[in-house]
Design a binder for this molecule. Structure first.
Ligand code: FE2
Length: 444
């Protein structure tokens, strides 16, 4: 019986198919190259290789993009008809659950595979990314941590596993261990963009520009080439320049690295683009026609409403571009989704929809409504996924709404909170000064 690169039995007897499959596993764990092509090459060698179909389906559904839905469904159908062992079948069922909007079932199914087969790094990784999408912070840390029992330093896959634990540690607030583990993983393989990203998050949470900027900028020659994830690490670098107040550098990164193809409609890229432009808008920076171009890219997803986190980012682009009708289309689709019974309904009802309505209210100058909705949703916001750094857009928006609306106590509270978390951050300092000016103005 053949085994994959981590030692898991696989349902093929073709060495050539297995070699291509192992290559895909390497690309997937590093977020590099084109793993779907590698899986297709494996399937070219053995069209009944169930693990390859299952990995293909899993990879595609986790793009959270309807553009891949048809290919994901095709992979699932072919997988069901192919040779599968129990582990591979569980992978396939997890992909199906995700495609049907049963996100928690999918995540838990993958975690079970990983617990029973801790050397199945693909299951660990898909479970880990599921946790990211679902805001399951402790499992984001603990599921990869559980698998560490089956790996030792020097093992194939040890570094990427360490990178996952590092990111989980960071999201759970254990910055020191996150940094140590992330750095160790990057030492093992400087191309490991996920581990680079874990340390970037530590620097972001600390507001540490002195370490954060060189960490990303000086090592990009390792993590950026061929990375399918590079735009997101560039986004993190742009956030640090934004913190510094260097807006021209932020726009340069936006144009050259985060959104080099302004017409790209890859949803995961559009999310970072929306998130960055919205922050610039809050800061009063003129972003030219970038919102308009971005909103055009979001147009095809305006009524998707299968994942609230995406919907909110579509709203940012539509509102930023002044496309009120499209923003209303998305809101309407979200209201419809909120009434369903699935996992996204909960996320939409509790976080996505109130946040989206708050962003629309912000633009309309209804600052009290904006503050009330965001302040209520913020405590639950992890439930609609993403990272602390991404969800920070809610806090920034509520703070700016409070400043603009003259809600002094709220503004003071949020500004003080930010400065306490990030005492070194120039951005936190600027916001605190703006809030102080509010008090001085009131006193005058
Ligand atoms: Fe991130």
């Amino acid at each position: 019986m053949l085994k994959d690169r981590y030692g898991n039995p696989v349902s093929t007897s073709s060495q050539a198919a297995l070699a291509k499959y192992d290559e895909a596993l390497d690309l997937i764990r590093l977020y590099r190259g084109d793993p779907v092509s590698a899986l297709d090459a494996a399937l070219g060698e053995d069209p009944d290789f169930g693990a390859a179909w299952a990995a293909r389906a899993g990879l595609l559904v986790q793009q959270t993009d309807t553009a891949y839905a048809e290919e994901a469904a095709k992979s699932y159908r072919a997988g069901v008809a192919a040779r599968l062992n129990d582990r591979e079948r569980a992978h396939l069922e997890a992909a199906r659950a995700w495609s049907e909007g049963r996100y928690n079932d999918s995540a838990i199914g993958l975690a079970r595979v990983a617990q029973e087969n801790p050397r199945d790094l693909l299951a660990v990784q898909f479970a880990h990314t599921s946790c990211f999408y679902l805001g399951m912070q402790q499992e984001l840390r603990d599921w990869p941590l559980q698998a560490m029992r089956a790996f030792k330093r020097g093992d194939d896959g040890y570094g990427p596993l360490l990178g996952m634990v590092a990111f989980g540690m960071e999201e759970c607030g254990d910055f020191a261990r996150a940094e140590a583990m992330g750095r160790e993983a990057v030492e093992i393989d400087p191309r490991d963009g996920w581990a680079v990203h874990a340390v970037a998050h530590v620097n972001e949470m600390r507001g540490d520009l002195d370490r954060g900027i060189p960490w990303l900028a000086d090592n990009a020659q390792h993590w950026a080439p061929e990375s399918g994830f590079a735009y997101h690490n560039w986004w993190h670098l742009a956030l640090l320049y934004l913190d510094m107040g260097d807006f021209s550098q932020v726009l340069k990164l936006y144009d050259e690295k985060i959104r080099p193809d302004p017409d790209s409609s890859i949803v995961l890229q559009s999310i970072d683009a929306s998130a960055l432009l919205w922050r610039l808008k809050l800061e009063g920076v003129d972003v030219g026609n970038r919102f308009a171009t971005l909103a055009a890219a979001w147009e095809r997803s305006a009524e998707d409403a299968f994942y609230a986190f995406n919907d909110l980012h579509a709203i940012m682009a539509f509102v930023g571009a002044g496309r009120v009708v499209d923003a209303e289309r998305t809101l309407k689709a979200m209201r419809h989704a909120a009434a369903d019974g699935g996992d996204n309904a909960y996320m939409t009802r509790k976080v996505g929809l109130p946040a989206a309505e708050a962003f629309v209210a912000f633009e309309a100058g209804r600052y009290v409504e904006c503050v009330e909705k965001l302040a209520a949703a913020r405590g639950l916001a992890q439930r609609f996924g993403g990272s602390h750094a991404q969800r920070d857009v809610l806090t920034l928006t509520v703070l700016h709404a409070a400043i603009k609306g003259g809600l002094r106590a709220t503004a003071e509270a949020f500004a003080a909170e930010r400065l306490a978390h990030k005492p070194q951050s120039p951005w936190a300092g600027r916001l605190a000064r703006q809030v102080r000016a509010l008090r001085e103005k009131a006193a005058a």
